[in-house]
Design a protein around this ligand. Structure first.
Ligand SMILES: Cc1cc2nc3c(=O)[nH]c(=O)nc-3n(C[C@H](O)[C@H](O)[C@H](O)COP(=O)(O)O)c2cc1C
Length: 106
């Protein structure tokens, strides 16, 4: 299985225009693939992720339910990234759902 990891900030409560343009150009390569989202930001990136769910639907990508919502306020500091303990379980669930969805779609 080949994984594609895209790093996307949330800009003004939405997806960044440059990345949307890249997906518009390259997205046909991902038609029918599973996708999971890890958001981070002041509100866990949830607004941008919700918009991405709509966008990838048009590419016939299948988004999984699990999602990480990482807080810019409590999990990032000058020392770096200190994830909440529950992130381990969350990312395990998320990746598991992506793998299972990939098997169903294969
Ligand atoms: C113009 C602009 C608008 C932003 N708007 C939001 C926002 O609405 N919500 C949010 O959580 N972060 C917002 N951010 C923060 C970015 O999502 C991101 O966390 C920040 O640019 C640092 O990203 P990086 O450490 O990945 O480079 C904004 C940043 C910029 C430059």
């Amino acid at each position: 299985m080949r994984w594609v990891r895209v790093r996307a900030p949330e800009y003004n409560h939405g997806v960044p225009g440059a990345l949307k343009n890249a997906v518009d150009v390259l997205g046909s390569e991902w038609v029918g693939k599973p996708i999971g989202f890890v958001g981070y930001g002041s509100a866990g990136g949830v607004r941008a992720v919700e918009q991405w769910r709509q966008i990838v639907g048009n590419l016939s990508m299948v988004d999984v339910r699990a999602q990480l919502e990482i807080s810019l306020f409590t999990e990032f500091s000058e020392e770096g990234f200190t994830p909440n303990e529950r992130r381990v379980e969350e990312i395990t669930t998320l990746l598991g759902q992506v793998v299972e969805m990939g098997k169903k779609l294969a």
